[in-house]
Design a protein around this ligand. Structure first.
Ligand code: SF4
Ligand code: SF4
Length: 70
């Protein structure tokens, strides 16, 4: 239940301050800690990093950490 950042990231930093779980780390590449990312459930209706990211398709579901069906 986590998202991941792809290599097309422009390193704009827009997502960093938006994460309520401080799951995003700047670097090369930018990364999302799957143990911290909740896909923003409980905080917001939509993932805030995806909403803020100016690069279309840059932040996607992490296939290794899929959302658990309710
Ligand atoms: S989906 Fe939410 S919790 Fe996960 S990295 Fe993005 S902003 Fe943080
Ligand atoms: S908002 Fe998108 S392009 Fe900007 S640093 Fe975050 S993942 Fe990269």
């Amino acid at each position: 239940m986590a998202l991941m950042i792809l290599d097309i990231c422009s390193r704009c930093d827009a997502c960093l301050s938006e994460c309520p779980n401080e799951a995003i780390t700047a670097g090369r590449p930018y990364t999302i800690d799957p143990s911290r990312c909740s896909e923003c459930v409980g905080f917001f209706d939509t993932p805030q990093c995806q909403d803020m990211c100016p690069v279309m398709g840059c932040i996607v579901p992490d296939p290794h950490h899929p959302r658990v069906a309710a």
